[in-house]
Design a protein around this ligand. Structure first.
Ligand code: UDP
Length: 236
């Protein structure tokens, strides 16, 4: 693989170009941040776990009709993905009240939501990723109405598929964040990652946190929890 110029370094991943203009290489890091970068640290082994978990789930989603950016895993930490133009939205899907929703609506964390909740945040670190609605999104030109409809349809479908899939390994999917991109044909496809960094995973029986909340809230045990998620999802 020639041409490994770094294009971008994010909080948890680096992105490189490859000799194919339609293909990027993603390298996952162990760096962890919370509170929009206010808290910094590392979770040993996280990069490899998030890479393997994301690829496993994206491959599974592809078999169920969700187009994703996944191409090929190169190593524990490195994956080839389709080049996309990231749509600057964080799409949050919620089944159970937790985190910022529990706080904002005064609901006790762990309360089952009678309807699945979809939220959008505008991806802008300087603004602290503010929550936006479909009117803001149109006014910002972040996505067209058709793209947003596609994003919502995919997000609900992904939620159904993942919830069922994770139930089998005793993980309750509380909430999660997705990002989508436009491929070279302008088609909306799933991008970024699906991992304990971007999802709240609770043990079905004990409700123990198996995700980044252990780090965010200084609860400890995050390395073991990430390993446990990998073991349950990849079965190894
Ligand atoms: N999330 C994420 N990146 C963000 C914000 C949220 O991956 O920048 C995920 C988070 O892991 C959780 C869901 O989105 O699974 C909902 O997060 P919430 O809005 O409750 O924010 P938090 O409480 O994490 O600040």
């Amino acid at each position: 693989m020639k041409c490994l110029n770094q294009l971008y370094e994010g909080k948890a991943k680096k992105v490189f170009c490859t000799d194919d203009p339609e293909v990027y290489l993603v390298r996952y890091k162990d760096d962890a941040t919370a509170g929009n970068g206010a808290k910094k640290g590392t979770i040993r082994g996280k990069g490899a776990i998030n890479n393997l978990v994301t690829n496993h789930l994206m491959k599974m989603l592809e078999t169920k009709g969700i187009p994703t950016h996944f191409i090929e895993q190169l190593s524990d930490r490195e994956t080839l993905v389709k080049k996309v133009e990231i749509i600057p939205l964080e799409v949050i899907v919620r089944n159970v009240a937790a985190g910022s929703l529990a706080k904002r609506l005064g609901m006790e964390e762990g309360t089952k939501l009678s309807h699945t909740v979809l939220e959008y945040c505008y991806k802008d670190d300087a603004l602290g990723d503010p929550m936006v609605n479909e009117y803001h999104i149109a006014a910002l030109g972040a996505a067209t109405p058709d793209e947003l409809q596609q994003i919502a349809d995919y997000s609900f479908k992904i939620n159904e598929i993942l919830t069922e899939y994770l139930k089998e390994v005793n993980i309750e999917l509380i909430d999660f964040k997705l990002e989508f991109g436009r491929d070279s044909n302008g088609k909306v496809i799933l991008a970024d990652e699906i991992s304990p960094d971007t999802c709240r995973f609770w043990d079905t029986r004990t409700h123990a946190h198996l995700d980044k909340d252990l780090f965010r809230r200084d609860l400890g045990g995050e390395e073991e929890a990430y390993q446990e998620v990998k073991k349950r999802i990849l079965g190894e």
